[in-house]
Design a protein around this ligand. Structure first.
Ligand code: UDP
Length: 463
């Protein structure tokens, strides 16, 4: 009698750690569920963090296979205007997708499905169709932001109503969204990022489902709206499978330093501060943050990023910060420049709050550990994510704080909000409730666990 064949799933992320991380997490989860897993990554990567993570992930997960999509070189002229390196990478990946079919068709055992980033679905879908391969999207953002991107083609086709003067936008089935929460580049449909989003939104119906790094409880009403076809017709099922489980990654050069520091801090006494991988603040804003941190009596652990791409991030933290600040705060604060193991830090008992840009992975990591957040969105999906996070009861969001580069938030305001974050006991209680719900969702037979198992089981070849 023949036995069922395990599914063989290809995972194909787009550019940046915020995209790579959820794909690697899902790869590890699928491998644990006995699927055969192959991760396809673009080569070269933009950031060192990506290449180092891919190597160490594969080293510690030897059962997971790896294929590389060699990117065509960029044909940009030396004098052409600068483009965000991550947008350029996303573009190059799309330009190189013609190299994907040989990678997919030569695999043994043959693939049973491909899970792709939203930013490549339009180009991958016809290839998957030819190979008779079911395609799923793994979303790297909130359901609310996904609703916005799904609806963007409709918005962009109506410039009379979708323009700078609009106060808010209305997406069927969702509460109105403030125009100030949208990334300003969404108003320019010729922008590389916006046009890529529009193209891919129009291809959403090609996917069998959209896997979301979220859980039902956290975004219940938006999930219902999307799944009932209220946002747009012909969307595939939206499948919450998160928070995606972190995997242990021993690659961490700075680890010893901050681990021993954290061990010596009292329970819930430290504000962890990080704005993701690629958010470099202006020097003026950094100095205001210093003032706020110096003034507050709370301890802090600040992970500093000073350039968009880590390969250019060469100077020490001391080079960017005031000497007097470092001296005055040396007994209550730690500043680290470079990569830290965020999910582990958020799980440390000393951490009592998280000042964050609200990248979606960070929100889900805080949810899984019940750490109250103070949102300070800097760009992209982060304002929409901040609202979702606030509405779910996980934290605070000061709407008056402008996007990163647009205005300076003063040190006194930052200090005031940090005190609120660290002393609001009701908020701490709500955050713990979020943690409980998140754990239930990913636990055995929880809502997210069941959804992922059903997807995987549907891909198993019966004999
Ligand atoms: N991250 C980390 N260490 C760092 C910076 C980032 O572990 O020093 C991780 C973080 O835990 C999250 C991801 O990188 O999983 C960043 O994704 P997110 O969506 O939060 O923000 P992005 O960097 O994409 O804006």
């Amino acid at each position: 009698m023949s036995t069922p064949q395990p599914s063989h799933i290809a995972l194909f992320p787009s550019a940046g750690m915020g995209h790579l991380m959820p794909f690697l997490r899902l790869a590890a989860m699928l491998a644990k569920q006995d699927s055969i897993v192959t991760v396809i990554t673009a080569q070269p990567t933009v950031s060192l963090a990506e290449s180092e993570h891919i190597s160490s992930f594969l080293r510690y997960n030897p059962k997971i296979n790896h294929l590389e999509l060699q990117l065509a070189p960029s044909f940009r002229q030396a004098d052409s205007p600068p483009v965000d390196p991550f947008f350029l990478q996303m573009h190059l990946i799309n330009q190189s997708i013609n190299l994907l079919p040989p990678l997919l068709s030569s695999s043994s055992p043959p693939f049973s499905a491909i899970f792709v980033d939203f930013l490549v679905v339009a180009k991958v879908a016809p290839i998957a169709k030819t190979l008779d391969l079911p395609i799923y999207i793994l979303s790297t953002t909130s359901v609310a932001f996904d609703s916005l991107t799904a609806y963007l083609p409709m918005l962009a086709s109506n410039p009379a109503e979708f323009n700078k003067t609009s106060a808010e936008i209305k997406i069927p089935g969702l509460s109105p969204m403030a125009m100030s929460s949208l990334p300003p580049i969404f108003l320019d449909s010729s922008h590389l990022f916006t046009s890529t989003i529009i193209t891919n939104s129009q291809a959403l119906s090609e996917a069998k489902g959209i896997l979301m790094n979220t859980f039902e409880w956290f975004q219940a009403s938006t999930l219902v709206a999307l799944n009932k076809d209220r946002v747009t017709k012909s969307l595939p099922p939206i499948l919450p499978i998160g928070p995606l489980e972190p995997y242990h990654d021993p690659h961490d050069d700075n680890g010893d330093q901050y681990r021993s520091w954290l061990e010596n801090q009292p329970v819930e006494s430290v504000v962890y501060i990080s704005f993701g991988n690629r958010t470099a603040m202006s020097r003026d804003q950094m100095h205001e943050l210093e003032k706020g941190l110096e003034k507050t009596e709370w301890r802090f652990f600040w992970v500093l990023k000073t350039s968009t791409v880590d390969k250019d991030d060469k100077e020490d933290a001391e080079h960017f910060l005031n000497e007097a600040f470092l001296e005055k705060t040396k007994n209550k604060g730690l500043v680290i420049k470079g990569w830290v193991e965020q999910q582990e830090i958020l799980g440390h008992p000393a951490i009592g709050g998280f000042l964050s840009h609200c990248g979606w992975n960070s929100v889900m990591e805080a949810a899984l550990r019940g750490v109250p957040m103070l949102a300070w969105p800097q760009h992209g999906d982060q304002r929409v994510n901040a609202q979702v996070m606030e509405e779910a009861g996980l934290g605070l969001w000061e709407r008056n704080w402008d996007w990163g580069p647009n205005g300076i938030v003063k040190g006194e305001e930052i200090e005031k909000k940090i005190v609120e974050l660290m002393t609001d006991e009701k908020l701490r209680g709500r955050a713990k409730k979020v943690r409980e719900e998140a754990r239930n969702a990913v636990g055995r037979d929880g809502s997210s666990d069941k959804v992922l198992r059903e997807v995987v089981e549907s891909l198993i070849i019966p004999f």
